[in-house]
Design a protein around this ligand. Structure first.
Ligand code: CA
Length: 745
C-alpha cells in the first residue's frame, strides 16, 4: 500500500514556482523509474485534460485546491506497475468536486487520491467509474483517500451509483462514502462483460457511512454482480470495511456473483443483512455484525450453493425473518436465474451468536420456494438467544442441515436439539463482554475492524447526535413573518423559542435544515399562516414543534392546504418531523386540509406525534399516499402517534400507501398508542387507511364514532398488533377491516 504521507510529500514538490497558465511541470530527477517523474499542477479542466493526454508513467497530476464545479473528469492513461500515474489533490480534502461532476478512469496503473465530491450529484450513471465507456475500462488501478458525501440526485427515484467498478485488479480503499439518498447501490462491482469477470478487485478499509432508509428496493450499500451474470466467478475481496448505519433496504450487501470473500468487516447498527442473493462459493469470515440493539439489524442471509460462513461474531441483532442474524432460505425447484436457488453445501461453523433475536431456517418457505436446504452443516457455533430465548425458527424440513457440536443457552427445537449442548457459564472478556470460544466452538477474535482504521483522517465521520440540537438558541417575539425572517438564516440544529403571543406568517417557509420551534410555555404561542402551506421541507429539512398552538383559520379558501409539505426542488434527503405538546385546530377552511402532506418523491424517516391535540381538521391529517405507481415506493418509514387526541376529523387520520409486491423494505410502519379518537370521517371513511403496510400497532386507544382501520395487505408478512382498544366504551381489540391481495397479483 502507498502511504498517505508519501502522496502529500509529492504534492508539495509542485509548488516551487509561479504558475503562468495554471500548469507547471517540475522534473524530479532523483525519483528512479523508467522515465523521469513529472509533477503537473493544474487549475482548470482544460489543463487537466491536456496533462492527462501527455501523461507518462510515473507522472503525478495535481489538482489545485478549491472548488471544481461541473468537472467531467476523464483520467485515461497508461501507467506501469512500477510507475503508476497519479491524480492527487494539492491538499487532501481541499479539492472539492461539486455541481455536476464525475470522474472516469480508463487504462492501466492509475492512482487517484485526496478528492471530495459534495454539493451536487453526478449527471452520469456513476460518480466515480472504473471505465470511460463500455470499450475503455480501467485495470490495475486504485482510488483511495477520497470522499463522496451526500452527492445524491435530488430526485430520489433517479438511479445511479457512486462508485462503479469494472475491469480487473482494481482497488478501492480508505475512502469515505456517506448519505446516499437516491435509488441505486452506493457502490457496485459490475461483471457485465468478460473483461470485468474473475476480477480480483479489492475493496478495503473504507468507511461506508450512514445510508438512510430509501423506502424502496435499490438502497443497497454494495452490490457485486447482477442476477444475469451471477453464475460467473467474480473473485472480489471485501475486507476491513466499516459499515455504519447502512440501512437503505433489506440488503446491506447484495452478493450476486460467485467466489467473493467478505473478511474482517464491521457492520454497525445496519438494518438488513449481507445477502448471498445469487452465485456460489462465497466465503464470509472474521466479520463483526453488531446491531447495537437497533431495529431490523441482521447478519447473513444464505441462498445458493457452497457458501461458507465461519468465525464471525453476531452481536445484539434484533432482526427477524429476512433480517435475522442468520437466515437460510428455501429455494425454488429448477429456479430461474433471478429467483431463489436452493441452498446446497453451506458450511456454517465456529461463529458466535451473542444476544440475537432470530436464526431462520427454511425462511421464505411457500408453494414456490419449496426446495429445502441440502448437504449443509451447522457446527461448532455458540448460539445465545436474546434474553436466553431460543432464536431458531424452523419454517420447513431441516434434515438437509447437519447440526453438530454447537453450544448455547438451551430451548432448542426438537428437530435440531441433538446438535447442541448447554454452555453452562460462558467466559466473557473486555468491556463489551465478548463470549470466548469454548470446547472448539465459537469465533476466535479479533472481530471486524476498528472505525479508526477506515476512511480518511481528514474528514469527520458521521455523528449520532440529535438533528434538533447543537445549534444556536434564538428567542423570538410575536409579530408578522417573524419565523420567515428568522428561518432564512437558520443552521442545522438551531432552536427558536417563541415568547407568548400571536405569530402570523404571510409567506411559505422553505426549510432545508432541521430546526426546532418551541413555545416558551405550552400553548402560549399561537401560530397562523396565510398561504396554502407554512413549512416546505426540502434538502435536509426537518422540523420539531413543541408546545405551539397552530390554527388553520387564516389559510386560503382552497382545497389541499397543509401545515407541512415537502418539495424535492433543492434535493430530497430523508426528513424528520417531531410534533409534541402542541395543538392543531380549525384546519377546515376547505376540504383536503392536512397537517402533513408528503409530495411524490419525498420521504420521512420518522413522523413522531406525542401528547398533542388535533381538532376540526378536514384531513387527511397525515397524507402519506403520493406514491401510487406501485413500484414499492412510499412516503414515510415510521408514523408514530402516542398520547394524542383527534376530534372531528373530516377525512381519515392517516392515509399511507405502499404499492408493489417486492420484499425489499421493512416499512412503512404505523404505531398508534394511548390516543383518543372522536367523530372521525363521514360515511365509510376509515379512521386510518393503510395500504401495503408492513407493521401496524394500534393499541390502547379509545375510539368513539369512527370506522375501523382499513388494511390492504399486498406483500410480505406484515406484523399487526391490535390490542386493548375501546370502541364506544366497549373492548374492541381488532379494530380493522382487512383486504388481503397477497398472491393475487
Ligand atoms: Ca435489493
Amino acid at each position: 500500500m502507498v502511504g498517505r504521507g508519501a502522496v502529500a510529500a509529492f504534492a508539495v514538490l509542485a509548488f516551487t514556482g509561479c504558475m503562468a497558465h495554471g500548469q507547471r511541470t517540475v522534473p524530479v530527477a532523483e525519483v528512479a523509474g523508467p522515465e523521469a517523474l513529472r509533477v503537473v499542477l493544474v487549475t482548470t479542466p482544460q489543463d487537466f485534460s491536456e496533462a492527462v493526454k501527455r501523461a507518462n508513467p510515473g507522472d503525478k497530476i495535481v489538482l489545485a485546491n478549491g472548488v471544481w464545479a461541473d468537472f467531467d473528469a476523464v483520467f485515461h492513461a497508461e501507467g506501469t506497475a512500477n510507475s503508476p500515474i497519479h491524480l492527487v489533490a494539492e491538499t487532501p480534502g481541499k479539492v472539492i468536486l461539486s455541481g455536476q461532476s464525475s470522474l472516469r478512469l480508463a487504462g492501466n496503473y492509475l492512482i487517484v487520491s485526496g478528492l471530495v465530491f459534495r454539493d451536487g450529484y453526478t449527471p452520469r450513471s456513476e460518480v466515480i467509474s472504473f471505465r470511460r465507456d463500455s470499450n475503455h475500462l480501467a485495470n490495475n488501478s486504485r482510488v483511495t483517500n477520497t470522499v463522496i458525501d451526500s452527492y445524491s440526485n435530488p430526485d430520489r427515484t433517479q438511479r445511479d451509483l457512486w462508485v462503479g467498478m469494472y475491469g480487473r485488479n482494481n482497488t478501492f480503499d480508505f475512502n469515505h462514502l456517506e448519505n446516499k439518498t437516491n435509488a441505486g447501490p452506493t457502490m457496485a462491482v459490475r461483471l457485465n462483460t468478460e473483461e470485468s469477470q474473475e476480477n480480483g478487485h479489492r475493496i478495503a478499509n473504507n468507511y461506508f457511512g450512514p445510508r438512510p432508509v430509501l423506502g424502496s428496493n435499490g438502497g443497497e450499500t454494495l452490490r457485486i454482480g447482477t442476477s444475469h451474470y451471477s453464475l460467473t466467478h467474480s473473485g472480489t475481496v471485501v475486507e476491513d470495511n466499516f459499515f455504519d448505519r447502512c440501512s437503505g433496504e433489506v440488503e446491506i450487501i447484495s452478493n450476486k456473483s460467485g467466489g467473493n470473500i467478505y473478511r474482517g468487516n464491521t457492520f454497525h447498527a445496519s438494518r438488513g443483512t449481507l445477502t448471498l442473493r445469487h452465485g456460489n462459493g462465497t466465503l464470509i469470515e472474521n466479520n463483526l455484525f453488531d446491531g447495537a440493539g437497533e431495529p431490523y439489524t441482521g447478519g447473513v442471509r444464505v441462498i445458493n450453493a457452497e457458501q461458507t460462513i465461519r468465525n464471525n461474531y453476531f452481536k445484539d441483532l434484533t432482526g427477524i425473518r429476512f433480517s435475522g442474524a442468520l437466515v437460510i432460505m428455501n429455494g425454488v425447484p429448477n429456479s430461474p436465474i433471478n429467483r431463489y436457488h436452493q441452498v446446497n453445501g453451506a458450511v456454517i461453523e465456529r461463529n458466535t451468536f451473542d444476544q440475537v433475536s432470530s436464526i431462520e431456517l427454511g425462511e421464505g418457505s411457500d408453494s414456490e420456494r419449496s426446495a429445502v436446504p441440502v448437504n449443509s452443516k451447522l457446527q461448532n457455533n455458540i448460539v445465545l438467544g436474546k434474553g436466553g430465548v431460543n432464536p431458531f425458527h424452523l419454517h420447513d424440513e431441516v434434515s438437509g442441515i447437519a447440526f453438530a457440536d454447537n453450544l448455547g443457552s438451551g430451548g432448542w427445537p426438537e428437530a435440531i436439539a441433538s446438535g447442541f449442548s448447554k454452555l453452562e457459564s460462558p467466559t466473557q472478556i473486555g468491556e463489551r463482554g465478548w463470549i470466548q470460544p469454548s470446547a472448539g466452538a465459537g469465533a476466535v477474535g479479533p472481530y471486524g475492524v476498528a472505525l479508526s482504521a477506515t476512511g480518511v483522517d481528514w474528514y469527520p465521520k458521521a455523528s449520532a447526535a440529535s438533528p434538533f440540537e447543537g445549534g444556536a438558541v434564538v428567542s423570538l417575539k410575536p409579530g408578522t413573518d417573524v419565523l420567515f425572517d428568522a428561518l432564512q438564516e437558520a443552521n442545522a440544529g438551531d432552536q427558536f423559542i417563541l415568547e407568548p403571543g400571536d405569530y402570523l406568517e404571510s409567506r411559505i417557509i422553505t426549510l432545508s435544515v432541521p430546526v426546532s420551534i418551541k413555545a416558551e410555555d405550552r400553548g402560549s404561542a399561537r401560530l397562523s399562516f396565510e398561504r396554502p402551506q407554512l413549512f416546505k421541507l426540502t434538502g435536509n429539512g426537518g422540523l420539531q414543534l413543541d408546545g405551539v398552538t397552530v390554527t388553520g383559520r387564516s389559510a386560503p379558501d382552497g382545497s389541499g392546504n397543509s401545515l407541512v409539505g415537502t418539495s424535492s426542488s433543492d434535493g430530497s434527503n430523508n426528513h424528520l418531523l417531531d410534533l409534541k405538546n402542541s395543538r392543531f385546530e380549525d384546519f377546515d377552511v376547505n376540504r383536503g386540509f392536512s397537517v402533513v402532506a408528503a409530495s411524490k418523491g419525498s420521504f420521512f424517516d420518522r413522523i413522531d406525534v406525542e401528547n398533542s391535540e388535533f381538532e376540526n381538521i378536514s384531513g387527511p391529517v397525515f397524507k402519506l399516499d403520493a406514491e401510487t405507481d406501485d413500484y414499492g415506493i412510499y412516503n414515510a418509514e415510521y408514523l408514530e402517534i402516542s398520547d394524542s387526541s383527534f376530534t372531528r376529523i373530516g377525512k381519515t387520520v392517516a392515509s399511507v400507501y405502499r404499492g408493489g409486491t417486492d420484499e425489499s423494505t421493512f416499512g412503512p410502519h404505523v404505531l398508534v398508542t394511548g390516543s383518543s379518537f372522536e367523530t372521525i370521517g363521514s360515511g365509510d371513511v376509515p379512521i386510518m387507511d393503510l395500504h401495503g403496510i408492513q407493521y401496524v400497532k394500534f393499541s390502547g386507544n379509545n375510539v368513539i364514532a369512527a370506522n375501523p382501520v382499513a388494511l390492504t395487505l399486498t406483500t410480505g408478512k406484515p406484523e399487526l398488533d391490535f390490542s386493548a382498544n375501546k370502541l364506544d366504551g366497549a373492548p374492541a381489540d381488532t379494530f380493522a377491516t382487512t383486504v388481503d391481495l397477497r398472491g393475487k397479483n
